[in-house]
Structure formats: C-alpha cells, structure tokens
Design a protein around this ligand. Structure first.
Ligand code: SF4
Length: 64
C-alpha cells in the first residue's frame, strides 16, 4: 500500500489521526497532516482506508 496526500488541501480536521494514529500525525502549528509512514504495514491498511474515507477534504489517496 502506498499513501499520497495533497497537503495543500488538508484542512486539519484530524480524522485521519483518529483513525490511524500510527500512520498520521498533525503539525502543531496549523494542524496540517504529517505522514509518518508512506508505506504502512499490512495490519495498518484497514485503518488507513478508514482514514481516507473519513477525511472531509478527501486528500488521502491510497494505492495498492
Ligand atoms: S482528515 Fe484529511 S483534512 Fe483532516 S487532517 Fe487528515 S488529511 Fe487533513
């Protein structure tokens, strides 16, 4: 699994961090997402898919 993010369109909602805290974090100053693991482990995949589905800005793209 590969993750790509359109950082410019992230609105800092934090849904991704709630869904997959081992993969996503947020910058302290403006809340923009930080991608901790662009290629997450297999056990993280479901959480990452949920994060992508929940992201209100739809900026998380997942490729197999
Ligand atoms: S859920 Fe989407 S908009 Fe919110 S912080 Fe994560 S990537 Fe950004």
């Amino acid at each position: 699994m590969n993750i790509s993010i359109d950082f410019d369109k992230c609105c800092g909602a934090g849904q991704c961090v709630l869904a997959a805290p081992d993969v996503f974090d947020q910058r302290d100053d403006d809340g923009v997402v930080v991608l901790l693991h662009p290629r997450p482990s297999a056990e993280q995949e479901e959480n990452v898919r949920q994060a992508a589905a929940l992201c209100p800005a739809a900026v998380i793209k997942v490729e197999q």
